[in-house]
Design a protein around this ligand. Structure first.
Ligand code: CAA
Ligand code: NAI
Length: 701
């Protein structure tokens, strides 16, 4: 007898309860249990109706994702659902919490669906690189038509009970307190009224209009060219829904299964599922168990520039009280105006009501040029100029006014958090909170832990990330922490390739073709060519003389080509154009620099560009791990996914390296080292892993 699924008798109604915490996922034992309990209830003459529900916090939230990629264990979910569908007694799904993926497919295989208020349903498989493979692509269009089914399955978005009812995905919303009560009441009525069984497989009304026509599917495929660039499973979803419209149900189910299998076998499934679990692991930091979080009610932001304003907005929208400090009234007015502008844009996009914006601006937000205004706040994030002396001055003033227990955070991109902490009387309260630009949008927050940072301060950093809707990643102190340090290394390889013969435009095309949303030169134009210039000047004093230095970007800077903001950078921008056009002037500058160094340009294929870019990224990432700057490979994956546009379906650089094979990556690095031994010293950890025949995943455990 399976413990994860139990059968309860309530008079002539049988309740089959799935009890498999935390989310009642449909692992093998649950499938087996469902099949057996259903069989038992179906064959019991005393049972006249069957209710299926989930214990604790939710209905079934889907297949057990951990089983994908392993040999399938019978019974399969489609087989279990077929039994429900074929059952001669009414089978009712009673939904609460989230009925997702295979969980919602179970509900669709029942004859009726009743939901508690607040329940949500959805088919989020697309987010994991697969498709609903247990009838979801066949039954959903039979209930709501092909176009709406495509919207739902291609977005993977959750649908709230009320909307699900109006669409026809569920039959009733119950006012009952528990799913059991709701299911029993529905079943009682079905028995008493002799309601006929309604099998979704037999419904045709909603799909007839599209049969023999391809308009809906052509439109969906056209849209995918923009919205699903590089992705595999969305295209298969359209094929599967088209099969639902065109084929008899049993043939459609077979087709769905074949397409599902193709998705399961694609590397994108492995990458996306790795991303799903990594996101959930990244906040579980060893050593923080039991560390109490400090309360967060009010915050200070010092500096109201690009980052300070974005951080203030993010905090305000999370319900924190925010005080902005600037160096003079004029700068303060500018900082406050930026906050106002960002919030106004949210109102225009319908994300915030005008009333809430007004309330935030008047009741939660204030500004001052006097640090004394911060005397009572719980946390301060400093976002002033990237200059150690300026930041030290700010920290000294904070140290003088903040209450005991307040957290002093810096948003520095590169500077030494320990040096800043050492300048205060309370180094254990100092931490790095590295936001990404635009700070109110970007999901990543690097939580930079100094030598003396107290565990409660780190735990509070993670709590803040969660509250702001961001993903916090623990990082150690070094130049650039996890993300910018790795970026600096692979960014250099781009410059080398350009000097050796690739055009910046070929590079951008190749990187986008791998799946990054933008190429590195487009990013440079967006951030400002001057930003890179300042970083290089900061590093001049410590740059190793053996390091190759490419001057092309300096020439652009000297020519006043600062990127989008000045109308020209690596690309040329006409009024109102943010995409930019290729510019022969840049190609000329590159050619001159090559000529100066006597470099004979060679050509690079897109694959060669991608391989070097990724090998540099992976090699530096291995070093970051080796030095303990990142705790686990998954922390690096999440950093690159959320802060640097690494394509999610590749899982992150560490997962990607595992999928390519570490020996292959090391072979590439060694071959590049023949040209530039200084830049391509293989990381010791990478060499060790290859020698031991292990992969990065082995270090995630
Ligand atoms: N399989 C295995 N484990 C799962 C899981 C699943 N489907 N869904 C969630 N979990 C695990 C999480 O990894 C987490 O584990 P830890 O506590 O060990 O970290 C735990 O359940 C709780 O999850 P969350 O932290 O995400 O909790 P939440 O309350 O914030 O969210 C949720 C709950 C909305 C269900 C969210 O977990 C979620 O979206 N899960 C994925 C749902 C999904 O994609 N379902 C479709 C699966 S594919 C499928 O069903 C294919 C098919 O057609 C057969
Ligand atoms: P910015 O130049 O836009 O803003 C800095 C602001 O700080 C200015 O408004 C200035 O008036 C104010 N300021 C300077 N000294 C001050 C003082 N003593 N007291 C109060 N205010 C003072 O700079 P930006 O881009 O916002 O960067 C700020 C910090 O964030 C830097 O450390 C930077 O490295 C970091 N950062 C920047 C990112 C970006 O993409 N711009 C991304 C992540 C971090």
């Amino acid at each position: 007898m399976s413990e994860v699924v139990r059968l309860e008798r309530h008079g002539d109604i049988a309740a089959i309860v799935v009890d498999n915490p935390p989310v009642n996922a449909l692992g093998q034992a649950v499938r087996q249990g469902l099949k057996e309990r259903l069989n038992e209830a179906a064959n019991d003459d005393a049972v006249r109706a069957i209710v299926i529900l989930g214990a604790e916090r939710t209905f079934i939230a889907g297949a057990d994702i951990r089983e994908f990629g392993k040999p399938p264990q019978p019974p399969s979910l489609p087989e279990v659902i077929e039994d429900m569908d074929a059952c001669p007694k009414p089978v009712i799904a009673a939904l609460h919490g989230t009925a997702l993926g295979g969980g919602f497919e179970v509900a669709l295989g029942c004859h009726y669906r009743v939901a508690l208020d607040g329940a949500k349903v959805g088919l989020p498989e697309v987010k994991l690189g697969i498709l609903p493979g247990a009838g979801g692509t066949q039954r959903t269009p039979r209930l709501i038509g092909a176009a709406k089914a495509l919207d739902m399955i291609l977005s993977g978005d959750f649908v709230a009970a009320e909307k699900a009812l109006s669409l026809g995905l569920i039959d009733e919303i119950s006012k009952a307190e528990t799913p059991l009560e709701a299911g029993l009441a529905f079943a009682r009525k079905a028995i008493d009224e002799g309601t006929p069984l309604r099998r979704v497989r037999d419904l045709e009304d909603e799909i007839l209009a599209d049969r023999g026509k391809s308009d809906v599917f052509d439109a969906a495929r056209e849209k995918l060219k923009k919205t699903a660039r590089g992705l595999f499973s969305p295209h298969k979803i359209v094929d599967a829904v088209q099969a639902a419209v065109e084929l008899p149900f049993d043939d459609g189910i077979k087709r769905e299964r074949e397409l599902f299998q193709e998705c399961v076998e694609s590397p994108q499934r492995a990458g996306l599922i790795h991303a799903f679990f990594s996101e959930r692991q990244v906040g579980k930091v060893p050593g923080l168990k039991g560390a109490a979080r400090r309360p967060l009610i009010s915050a200070g932001v010092v500096g109201g520039g690009t980052m300070g304003a974005g951080i203030a907005v993010s905090m305000l929208l999370s319900g924190l009280q925010v005080i902005m400090i600037e160096r003079d009234e004029e700068s303060l007015a500018r900082g406050k105006a930026t906050v106002d502008k960002i919030l106004e844009a949210s109102v225009k996009r319908g994300k915030l009501t005008a009333g809430s914006k007004a309330a935030v601006m008047t009741e939660s937000f204030s500004g001052s040029t006097d640090y004394a205004a911060l005397s009572d706040v719980d946390i301060v994030v400093e976002a002033v100029f990237e200059d150690m002396e300026v930041k030290k001055g700010v920290f000294a003033q904070l140290d003088a006014v903040l209450k005991a227990g307040a957290i002093l955070a810096t948003n520095t991109s590169y500077l030494d958090v320990d040096a800043l902490a050492a300048g205060t009387s309370r180094p254990s309260d100092v931490i790095g909170l590295h936001f990404f630009s635009p700070a109110h949008v970007m999901k990543l927050l690097e939580i930079v832990v100094g030598d003396q940072t107290a565990p409660e301060v780190v735990a509070t950093g993670f709590a803040l990330a969660k509250r702001l809707g961001k993903v916090g990643v623990r990082a150690g102190v070094c130049d650039g922490f996890i993300g910018n340090r790795i970026l600096a290394t692979y960014r250099k390889q781009i410059d080398y390739m350009v000097e050796d013969g690739a055009s910046p435009y070929e590079v951008d095309d190749a990187i986008r073709a791998f799946g990054f949303p933008m190429g590195p030169f487009q990013v440079s134009d967006l951030a400002g060519v001057d930003i890179g210039w300042m970083t290089r000047r900061r590093l001049d004093a410590t740059r190793d003389p053996r390091e190759r230095y490419v001057e092309v970007a300096d020439r652009l800077y000297e020519a006043g080509r600062m990127g989008q903001k000045s109308g020209a950078g690596w690309y040329l921008y006409s009024e109102g154009d943010r995409r930019g056009a290729k510019d022969p002037v840049v190609e000329n500058i590159v050619a001159q620099e090559r000529a100066k160094k006597g470099i004979e340009p060679k050509s690079f294929t897109p694959e060669q560009i991608q391989r070097r870019y990724l090998a540099a990224m992976i090699n530096e990432a291995a070093r970051v791990l080796e030095e303990g700057i990142a705790l686990r490979p998954l922390d690096i994956d999440v950093t690159l996914l959320y802060g640097y546009g690494f394509p999610r379906w590749h899982g992150g650089p560490m997962k990607y390296a595992d999928m390519v094979g570490l020996d292959q990556i090391l072979t590439d690095i060694r071959s590049y080292a023949e040209e530039d031994a200084f830049a391509w010293q293989p990381a010791k950890l990478l060499v060790d892993l290859v020698e031991r025949g292990e992969n990065f995943e082995s270090l995630n455990k």
